[in-house]
Design a protein around this ligand. Structure first.
Ligand code: DGL
Length: 269
């Protein structure tokens, strides 16, 4: 492996802001790696779109990241991963990591009573991607799935702890609760920001699975396996690209990353 390739960035894309939860973990676990992030803010949300559109958008997003010299792709969007990952892996010749398998594996390790809940966008729920991965690992696990389409706009609006957020969470989660799930997969990039509300509704005995940490571990493992870990010694560089106007992204990014980002580049699709 040419050392030049090792020093390229990790490309991460999501339909918008949410994938920054994954970027944050990559920054923490792989502080030596450069990251280029593309948020498709002009076409968000993906979670209510058709499989065909999600696949088309995902291919275009990778083509954009490839122009910015990346060595690996992280599909940080659950809706994209659940519909497009196999097609993307067949289309592009570089390692591609998705978010479903790491989250599903963590849930399988976590459950004691073998009743697992999954909450996600309508597109992810429709794909049954989490159920398939969980039952592949352990066919005895019962999976209860619930689409929560109003959670994404609530997070985008910064309504993490409003009365209406609690009421909507109760409405969505009561059924899962009544099934007695002991593990709940937060199967959407935005949901980790609603952890306090979701945790309150489900109760402290239910483990909430946020796949970002597992995804970063999978990226680390794959970098070593493919000989692509970065060797250059300098502070990592982070670049942020969006397909619509950068202002809202720049402002809202702080909620996800915990710090301000100085520069966001508009990159139309
Ligand atoms: N990034 C999406 C996901 O994880 C959530 C936002 C959207 O619907 O585009 O499924």
């Amino acid at each position: 492996m040419a050392s030049g390739k090792k020093n390229l960035a990790i490309g991460v894309f999501d339909s918008g802001l949410g994938g920054l939860t994954v970027v944050k973990e990559i920054m923490k676990q792989l502080p030596n790696e450069d990251v280029v992030y593309f948020g498709d803010t002009a076409r968000v949300p993906y979670g209510t779109k058709s499989r065909e559109s999600i696949i088309r958008f995902s291919k275009q997003n990778i083509s954009i990241l490839l122009k910015h010299n990346v060595k690996m792709i992280v599909v940080a969007c659950n809706s994209s991963t659940s519909h497009a990952l196999p097609v993307l892996r067949r289309t592009f010749r570089l390692p591609i990591v998705g978010v479903i398998v790491p989250g599903a594996r963590k849930a399988v390790r976590s459950t004691r009573n073998r009743i697992v809940g999954v909450i996600a966008t309508p597109a992810t729920i429709k794909s049954s991607a989490y159920e398939k991965e969980i039952t592949k690992a352990d066919p005895g696990i019962k999976v209860i799935a619930q689409a929560c389409p109003l959670f994404v706009p609530l997070v985008e609006e910064g309504w993490f702890d409003q009365k209406v957020t609690h009421e909507i969470a109760q409405e969505y989660l009561n059924k899962l609760k009544s099934w007695g799930v002991d593990t709940l997969i937060l199967g959407c990039t935005h949901y980790p920001l609603l952890k306090p509300v979701i945790g309150k509704v489900m109760g402290s005995q239910v483990a909430l699975i946020d796949s970002a940490q597992e995804v970063a571990q999978e990226v680390a493992r794959l970098l070593v396996e493919t000989g692509l870990s970065r060797t250059a010694r300098r502070t990592a560089r982070y670049r942020f690209l969006v397909s619509d106007e950068p202002k809202h992204f720049q402002k809202a990014a702080k909620q996800f990353l915990g710090f301000d980002i100085e520069h966001v580049t508009r990159c139309p699709v």
